[in-house]
Design a protein around this ligand. Sequence first.
Ligand SMILES: [Fe+2]
Ligand SMILES: [Fe+2]
Length: 278
Amino acid sequence: MPTTEKPDIPESLVAGARAIVAAQETSEKVRLAYGVSKAWFQRSLALGSLSKDGDMPERPGRPPNPTLLAPRDMPKRSLTGKAGRLALIHSLAHIELNAVDLTWDLIGRFAYVRLPRSYYDDWVRVGLEEAKHFAMLQDRLSRLDATYGDLPAHDGLWQAAQDTGHDLAARLAIIPLVLEARGLDITPPMIEKARQIGDEDTAKCLDIIYRDEKNHVAFGAKWFRFLCDRQGIRAEPAFHAYVRRHFRGALKPPFNDRARSEAGLTPGFYKPLAPLVG
Ligand SMILES: [Fe+2]
Ligand SMILES: [Fe+2]
């Protein structure tokens, strides 16, 4: 019998992940991410499988706006003044929307790999938090009389992920351990800047994002190590090989060594991938 509690929430975690990535409207993506996470943590969803629940979409569903541009075609903007602040929050909202799709893609796409339930608990939590981050920034935009979609956005993040669609360890190396770890380096100066210009509301949003993202990197490090242990290979050299293969360019210092270490990403992982200085 259909329950009124879970309006059109898919019947398995994989089907839910697929529906979230496929959803075009951001409000629908967020609603489904909340609903699927809740059902998963209430233990009322089976895991499901790709053969039963359909393949993951090649590209995520997206609303008609923003216009997506190649990173090199993005207009250069000054980040000062009201327009600059808006552009910054808009670009962060875009990153978080990508993070929603990337996390749920991770959950669905690799469901054929044998993994403990705690693996899914960790990533469903991440998928929920990314949806919250997007909703929070969308709310900040609306308080500034703007909305997500008002400005163009770049289209590089999804592409970076699809390169690793065949290999879970490679995906974990690139998304949480390179890209989200980079967030740990650049967010504290952004928080400081927001406080300096008296934008306490944006600073508070970023505080929450920073705290959550530390956990996302920690989950990445934990499950990357798990996969390496299972194959009997050493995590650090494996990480270096994946990053050299799937990520263009060196990792950019300065690094937030403390936050990275707290997340279990010790310097032996990323220092050898930074350009030599001096
Ligand atoms: Fe996030
Ligand atoms: Fe994240």
